[in-house]
Design a protein around this ligand. Structure first.
Ligand code: FE2
Length: 234
């Protein structure tokens, strides 16, 4: 398979020394491409029944409401020709409003929120649309380099027709002052591609008296592809 030049600069390289953990995990030898066989293509996939009622509303998964700024994140999943990709499982995970994850590795001194898990999922509809109600994640420190802080972001995972066709990216917020300092943001070589990881504020999907709307379209391939990364958590 050959890729157009644009796709080479649209995605972050596996090895980007500024993002420290890539030094350890990036492969040092050329990748071996394993063709998909019938067992991958017919393997387990997610169906509608595995989704529960509040899976796409992260503010209603507990007895009380989470603290923070309520937001609605919506958009479309599109292929390289702008065609909608329906029935695709979109999963998100994120920190709470204080910038803390419920994860044993996250011990930075910000409070956990008993009413916020920070994980959600939904299936795209016939028009490729998805929507999540959540709260705006906070920035958090990480130990990549001295005084390193991640810009506010939401992790996205998309499953294609099999478990092997998973794509992972991060959505950022417009105007975040931390973006120019973030090695993950900067690891995407093409600046225009970087901007495709940024959501836009959207008055149209803002619900009066309730929640701000942000739009984030995800393009799977081609000239306008959303930069995709290896699955990881940081
Ligand atoms: Fe994160």
């Amino acid at each position: 398979m050959t890729y157009p030049l644009e796709s080479l600069t649209a995605h972050p390289p596996n090895l980007y020394p500024g993002y420290r953990s890539t030094v350890k995990r990036a492969p040092s030898r050329p990748l071996v491409i394993i063709p998909q066989t019938l067992s991958e293509l017919t393997g387990p996939v997610f169906g509608h029944d595995s989704l529960r009622e509040h899976d796409n509303d992260l503010t209603r998964q507990h007895a009380g409401e989470p603290l923070g700024e309520r937001i609605i994140v919506s958009g479309r999943v599109l292929d390289e020709n702008g065609r909608p990709v329906p029935n695709t499982l979109v999963e998100i995970w994120q920190a709470n409003a204080a910038g803390r994850y419920i994860h044993v590795n996250d011990q930075h001194p910000a409070p956990l929120d008993p009413n916020f898990t920070g994980a959600g999922r939904c299936l795209t509809d016939a028009e490729g649309r998805y929507a999540f109600t959540t709260i705006k994640p906070g920035s958090y420190p990480w130990r990549n380099h001295p005084n390193a802080w991640r810009p506010a972001h939401i992790h996205f995972s998309l499953f294609g027709p099999s478990f092997l066709t998973r794509l992972v990216t991060q959505m950022y917020f417009p105007g975040d002052p931390l973006l120019p300092y973030d090695p993950m943001w900067n690891s995407v070589p093409d600046e225009r591609a970087r901007l495709r990881m940024m959501s836009s504020f959207d008055l149209e999907t803002t619900v009066p008296e309730w929640a701000l709307g942000y739009r984030f379209d995800i393009v799977l391939r081609g000239r306008d592809a959303t930069p995709m990364e290896d699955p990881h958590h940081d």
